[in-house]
Ligand binder design. Structure first.
Ligand code: ZN
Length: 180
């Protein structure tokens, strides 16, 4: 996919880890080496502390840390014209990336129905109440900035009336003022 976009692996200089679940960090390392040799990998400190020593840490984070390519941040930070915003709940140190064009929301939302009903929780949320709060904050942020939310797990997006939209994986947040 990178090649289709005209990007070589050596061109990648930053990888933001929204959180450390295997389906989100499974590209980090090839064996004992970081996949992107020129990249810093950015993770929240409490996410790192949460996963350190576990199987996913050993396979996909430790090689990055040992190569000196892991950048650990605390809380909201600016990064190359973007903002990294803590959005805990799914995991303790989950973060989202806010750009001018979209919010990259990791697993803050995993189904378009949660844009209409952010109080809907799901089984993999570590702290469901906190996840609901983060979901509401991300929806409010996207609505205020008039930018879409790009979710990591594509589903058909829904409009404000919960009708499916044709574009998978991202949708404009039009309004949820009574929910936020
Ligand atoms: Zn996840």
């Amino acid at each position: 996919m990178l090649e289709l976009a005209g990007v070589q692996e050596g061109d990648i200089d930053t990888v933001v880890l929204t959180h450390v679940h295997l389906d989100h960090v499974g590209w980090n390392a090839e064996g004992e080496r970081p996949r992107f040799r020129n990249a810093q990998y950015v993770v929240q400190r409490n996410e790192l502390e949460h996963v350190r020593g576990g199987a996913t840490y050993e396979r996909m984070i430790r090689p990055i840390e040992e190569a000196g390519q892991l950048r650990v941040v605390d809380g909201e930070v600016g990064l190359k014209g973007m903002r990294l915003v803590p959005t805990p709940g799914h995991t303790p140190g989950h973060q989202s990336v806010v750009t001018e064009r979209a919010v990259l929301g990791g697993d803050v939302l995993v189904h378009p129905a949660q844009a209409r009903w952010p109080e809907l929780t799901y089984v993999y949320e570590r702290d469901p109440a906190q996840a609901v709060t983060s979901r509401r904050e991300v929806l409010a942020l996207a609505a205020a900035a008039r930018i879409p939310i790009a979710a990591a797990h594509p589903h058909a997006a829904i409009d404000a009336n919960a009708r499916p939209l044709p574009t998978p994986g991202a949708g404009d947040v039009v309004c949820l003022p009574h929910k936020v």
